[in-house]
Ligand binder design. Structure first.
Ligand code: ZN
Length: 694
């Protein structure tokens, strides 16, 4: 007999039992939310609260048709989508930083900056260096000198409105002195000092309340409150590291600008310094590292930024990260624990990934229970088996990993990596020269197929509500979901779905309506949802920004695979697209099964032409070719400029070319352009076009 606190296995429950428990859970979770968020007087621990939420999820996954209108799962979590706070679009995107872990990577970055700017040598580039505080990024917008809005980073483009909350943070001025541009956004980090964090957790423990894992979580939890009076009671601090939108330029360098922001009343890093060489940057990094244990706040690295703002503008960004900034991280934190088991997970590409299950251990304030063991070779290299004592390491948001096996000599059998897929029983092999072991089951492997479908409907891809992993597995087992296109044919199975246990008119209608809602999906999301290797979210957008439609992309990708150099050149000329993507696209379209899936899907959905608003520029929509030597910029920068102005940068001259930018030494391309009567400008002419477009 099960104890009352030992919940029944959801799969064995009757519908009536599940409905009852879901109702009780909804009430209980709502009550604890109210106590915690609004009254700041939690009655249960964080773990107990999490257990309620997990149980609710489990029941909802098993009985999707019983999901309540007031379901707590719609409200919890830290994503902007599920947040009770309203959303704010950032006028200027909040970026993420590229990371470096050693001197070599820092040197490479400085060299890359120099190459991109076509500078003769890297020495003499002024770089700012400051410590990177571990908090929550926030953007503060001032209009006419008054604070009008504060927003969290969110996904960088859309954050949460925390304006009433930051009014309680003493470090943040409510109004700015004269001389500040009419519109100015200060960006920085909201954080909690170590001492304040310890005192807050002690008070929470005394009250039997929720404990925070680390100062960063405590700062985030305290800022992201619907009731700002809760924020008012938390000891939050702020410091500025940069700025976003600005109606006027104020200074010409990062360093001067930060000093100006400091004069306006914002705290900035006491370590902010200008460096003129890699040696000076590393010396400053080491100095901060030595001081790190004694600082009153937690830091996780040093941030370097190119000082000249005109250079920052030229350097621009790759994906979500600016080329002009770098985070140099401090070494990871480590801890010792026992490896209890090794599980094998099968991903959507068929890759078998070993996951280590650990005796829970605290690393840098976070409880870790799983580690990635990467692949078969890594297990052999470490010689790990269940039962070994291991050292694990955690660095930032990266999944923790095992760095050392402390008991390799003990007499126990070594771990045998499976040679068959644990999901479908097919042979699992590694290709020549590859370390990954993959299931060969392909289409018969349910793990691969269901995970591909889950990826297709996931939030970042088609974002179709109502498909839990259990629903997908069930429909798949019934043979209703062979490929993504089948999702759009489920409407013909309305009666079949209704006949399944647990589905009612309303839940079926909701599911089918969510599907119909995606008949005209965003083309980039659709491409990303197909799960082609190397084609992530950003790459999918980069491709569609250039090709606008999926058939146009396919045509060029197939030509490139067939050896057409012009087609391959058109692809690699796109900023951010390399040969791995070109090859992966070619391979994808070369496989008849993929083509069938693609055509079937495009028979069901009609993505509108993909457009991203670009600046009104004289070259928008035109095809530009660069040839000869460029003297004030690199070829990469020129191509990135063309794309920013809405033009295509192509590799060769053809009848489709609109403009040739020819530097000294231009040869056959210039001749061909003149024969075809194509407009030709020199580098200075191109610079004029860029200036005109602002
Ligand atoms: Zn398999």
């Amino acid at each position: 007999m099960s104890k009352p606190d030992d919940p029944d296995n959801a799969a064995d429950m009757t519908e009536a039992e599940a409905a009852n428990e879901l109702m009780r859970l909804a009430k209980a979770i709502a009550k604890h939310d109210q106590l915690y968020h609004a009254e700041d007087a939690p009655e249960i621990t964080d773990q107990e609260y999490d257990a309620l939420v997990r149980r609710n999820r489990e029941l909802e996954d098993t009985f999707p048709h019983l999901v309540r209108a007031d379901s707590p799962s719609a409200k919890v979590g830290h994503e902007v989508a599920g947040s009770p706070l309203s959303k704010v679009a950032h006028e200027v995107r909040m970026m993420s930083l590229e990371n470096a872990f050693d001197r070599e990577e820092v040197e490479e970055w400085v060299q890359r900056v120099a190459r991109y700017l076509a500078l003769d040598e890297a020495s003499g580039i002024a770089i700012t260096a400051e410590d990177k505080i571990d908090g929550l990024s926030c953007s503060l917008r001032y209009e006419g000198g008054e604070l009008v809005r504060a927003a969290t980073r969110g996904d960088g483009q859309v954050g949460e409105d925390v304006t009433p909350n930051v009014r309680h943070i003493a470090d943040i001025p409510q109004s700015l002195p004269d001389g500040v541009p009419d519109i100015f956004e200060v960006r920085g980090e909201v954080y909690m000092s170590r001492a304040d964090f310890a005192a807050l957790n002690a008070a929470q423990a005394e009250a039997g309340g929720k404990l925070f894992a680390n100062p960063r979580n405590a700062a985030a939890g305290s800022l992201r409150q619907k009731d700002a009076s809760v924020t008012a009671q938390r000891p939050l601090r702020f410091w500025a590291y940069g700025w976003g939108a600005a109606s006027d330029a104020v200074c010409e360098t990062q360093y001067e600008m930060m000093r100006r922001i400091e004069e306006w009343g914002f705290p900035v890093s006491p370590f902010l310094k200008l460096a003129d060489s890699v040696d000076a940057m590393i010396a400053h990094y080491e100095k901060i590292g030595r001081r790190r244990p004694d600082l009153p706040y937690e830091i996780d690295g040093v941030v370097y930024k190119v000082d000249r703002l005109d250079w920052q503008k030229r350097l621009g960004a790759v994906g979500k990260a600016p080329r002009w900034a770098l985070a140099h991280k401090f070494p990871a934190e480590r801890a010792e624990t026992t490896l209890e088991a090794i599980d094998i997970q099968v991903g959507r590409t068929g890759k078998l990934t070993p996951v280590g299950r650990l005796a829970p251990v605290l690393v840098g304030g976070v409880t870790v229970t799983n580690v990635t063991l990467h692949n078969r070779d890594e297990i052999v290299r470490l010689g790990v088996r269940p039962g070994d004592r291991v050292v694990i390491q955690r660095a930032g948001d990266v999944i923790p990993q095992v760095v050392e096996n402390l008991t390799p000599g003990e007499k126990r059998e070594s771990f045998t990596f499976p040679d068959h897929c644990p999901e479908c029983g097919s042979e699992a092999v590694s290709q020549e020269g590859e370390v990954d072991v993959r299931c060969t089951g392909g289409l018969i492997c349910p793990a691969q197929r269901t995970q591909r479908l889950e990826h297709f409907v996931s939030r970042k891809a088609l974002d179709i509500d109502g498909f839990g992993s259990k629903t997908i597995a069930q429909f798949f087992a019934l043979g209703w979901l062979e490929s993504p296109a089948d999702i759009f044919r489920l409407k013909h199975r309305r009666e079949d779905i209704l006949a399944l246990e647990g589905w009612q008119d309303k839940s079926v209608d909701n599911l089918l309506a969510a599907v119909e809602n995606r008949r005209e999906p965003d083309a980039a999301r659709l491409l990303f949802g197909l799960g082609i290797r190397h084609v992530g979210e950003v790459t999918a957008r980069d491709l569609l920004r250039h090709f606008h439609t999926l058939p146009a992309l396919r045509e060029v990708a197939e030509k490139a695979r067939g050896g057409d150099e012009e087609a391959a050149g058109e692809l690699t000329a796109i900023d951010g697209i390399g040969s791995a993507v070109v090859e992966a696209l070619g391979d994808f379209f070369h496989e008849p099964h993929n083509v069938a899936v693609w055509e079937d899907l495009l028979g069901e959905v009609s993505p509108p032409r993909f457009e991203i608003e670009t600046l009104a520029s004289p070259v928008a929509g035109k095809t530009v070719v660069f040839t000869g030597k460029l003297e004030t910029m690199s070829r990469d920068e020129a191509k990135a400029q063309a794309q920013r102005l809405g033009a295509k940068a192509a590799g060769s001259v053809s009848a489709k070319t609109d403009l040739l930018v020819a530097g000294p030494g231009a040869g056959s391309k210039l001749k061909k352009a003149e024969e075809l009567g194509i407009e030709v400008v020199d580098e200075a002419g191109w610079a004029d076009i860029v200036r005109q477009a602002g």
